[in-house]
Design a protein around this ligand. Structure first.
Ligand code: NAP
Length: 296
């Protein structure tokens, strides 16, 4: 089914592109303002190794940032780089006055523990909100930035206009970068949050209770129509490229069976992924603005 052309009386498609464009407008204007004040926002993406998906993300980010007038650089380290070397790279970027944002691309090579590198990112340049200080601020609902995908999923829910407070929200996935921060954002908005994972005893029983369902499991088509109640807001964070033929990009939600039961649903592609890149730009501008304030 062509998701863009779905017309169903009872559900509506959340248009990630439209939400992203609105964010881009604000971000582009802020970038111009900062430059006029003599501060150039500058994000540096650090990649170690040759993950194919990472290369695609970097290309997309570079193109988007060029359009928004935000400087974007890429530091590409070899897959056999040592932890000490990568720590040195991150500390070096943290010390550079011309760098206002640092993005550590994941996955990292298997010999590198992500937590040690995340702790080496200067918190005031941490555009993914992965440093323990930024993660802690999110727990306290006092965050300055949060992980971009979580912000993207939350913005998709907000775009429906449906009040979040009091809703039963169910998240499938508990990763530090996606599932947990989405749960914290929803808790901050006073939803009643349940987080599911592979040890959850009866996933379908949990997802059927959801009024807002966010799926970030990394399993194509995991959620099917029988696992969702009528009228649920469904946010699909998963992105998978199926080699086909035909080659297809799908999410963690089986769109065809779930969409007719949902009140609102994000498509894949064209949903959360679009908003995530916009949030990366927004977080970059947020830290650049903080840098400008420190300069005053
Ligand atoms: P991850 O680190 O692999 O985490 C997956 C989570 O889902 C884990 O907590 C896992 O449980 C849980 N899970 C997996 N299979 C499950 C099942 N059958 N039942 C219940 N829970 C299950 O993945 P991630 O980095 O959070 O990413 C999740 C998805 O989002 C991926 O498809 C990824 O490509 C996508 N993504 C999208 C964007 C975007 O911009 N839209 C950005 C980043 C990631 P355990 O903890 O028990 O293992």
């Amino acid at each position: 089914m062509d998701q863009k052309n779905v017309q169903h009386a009872d559900h509506r498609i959340i248009d990630g592109k439209k939400i992203a464009e609105a964010i881009h407008q604000g971000v582009g204007a802020q970038a111009r303002e900062l430059r006029a004040r003599g501060l150039e926002p500058h994000l540096v993406a650090v990649q170690a190794g040759t993950d194919a998906a990472t290369a695609i993300y970097i290309q997309k980010q570079r193109e988007k940032f060029a359009k928004l007038g935000i400087r974007y650089s890429h530091v590409h380290e070899p897959g056999d780089a040592t932890l000490e070397h990568l720590l040195g790279t991150l500390h070096g970027l943290g010390a550079r006055a011309d760098v206002t944002g640092i993005l550590l691309m994941q996955p990292l090579p298997p010999q590198i523990p992500p937590s040690q590198l995340e702790e080496a990112i200067a918190p005031e340049k941490d555009v993914e909100g992965v440093h323990p200080i930024n993660a802690g601020l999110l727990v306290h609902n006092r965050h300055i930035v949060a992980p971009c995908t979580a912000l993207g999923a939350f913005a998709a829910i907000e775009a429906t206009g449906v009040p979040i407070a009091g809703k039963r929200a169910v998240i499938v996935g508990r990763s530090n970068i996606v599932g947990k921060p989405i749960g914290l954002l929803l808790l901050g908005a006073r939803a009643t949050v349940t987080t599911c994972h592979t040890a959850t005893r009866d996933l379908a029983a949990e997802t059927r209770r959801a009024e807002i369902l966010v799926v970030a499991a990394g399993k194509p088509g995991l959620i099917t129509g029988d696992m969702v109640s009528e009228g649920t807001i469904v946010i699909d964070v998963g992105i998978h490229r199926l080699e086909g033929p035909p080659v297809k990009t799908v999410g963690d939600v089986d769109f065809d069976s779930v969409a007719p039961k949902s009140s609102w649903i994000t498509p894949v592609p064209g949903g959360v992924g679009q908003i995530t890149v916009a949030m990366l730009a927004r977080n970059t501008i947020t830290w650049a603005t903080h840098a400008a304030m420190r300069k005053r």
